[in-house]
Design a protein around this ligand. Sequence first.
Ligand SMILES: Cc1cc2nc3c(=O)[nH]c(=O)nc-3n(C[C@H](O)[C@H](O)[C@H](O)COP(=O)(O)O)c2cc1C
Length: 186
Amino acid sequence: MKTPIHVAVLVGSLRKEAYSLKTAKALIAAAPKEYTFDIVPIGQLPLYNEDLDTAEPPATWAEFRKRIGKADALLFVTPEYNRSLPAALKNALDVGSRPYGQNMFSGKPGAVVSISIGAIGGFGANHHLRQSLVFLNVPLMQQPEVYIGEIQNRFTPEGQPQEAFSQYLGTVMQACVQWVGTILKK
Ligand SMILES: Cc1cc2nc3c(=O)[nH]c(=O)nc-3n(C[C@H](O)[C@H](O)[C@H](O)COP(=O)(O)O)c2cc1C
């Protein structure tokens, strides 16, 4: 397997102080040194519109597609919005999957982490995201499923993950690494 293994990270929230972003950063911090990460911004992408998807698509779409294309693997960390995934993240999937036949996500191993301030841990977002990723041919880590509830209680006032949370994210990252290794070896 080639190293380093490069992972594109898509965070579903656009908020500067997003718990999902903090969680993504804590996961990245727990990764082995053979892994590199790119948190690819999604908030600047115009809503997908086939009329714009010409030989010269919006520059932000082209840049996004390039960054996803460079990745060996994918990590999604998202909050739940109204029992589904945030529109910005769905739009990023739409942009990265087109034009038809040029789905940049295809074949890259991935993992989904959902977070929420509620008790259910973003279950709805997690599975709606999985539904699209199945169609986009992303082989997804099945276990452990990662639904993180009461996320507001899992960081210190300085924004660092609390000890137990940090340890938990370490086990999640270990599982992700094993999964990526399994798929990329094939
Ligand atoms: C538009 C919107 C819809 C939301 N819907 C849900 C929901 O369906 N389930 C849930 O547990 N939390 C919901 N929340 C609360 C989020 O869990 C909370 O705002 C969380 O902090 C967002 O993630 P972030 O910190 O990464 O931005 C919603 C928040 C917003 C702004």
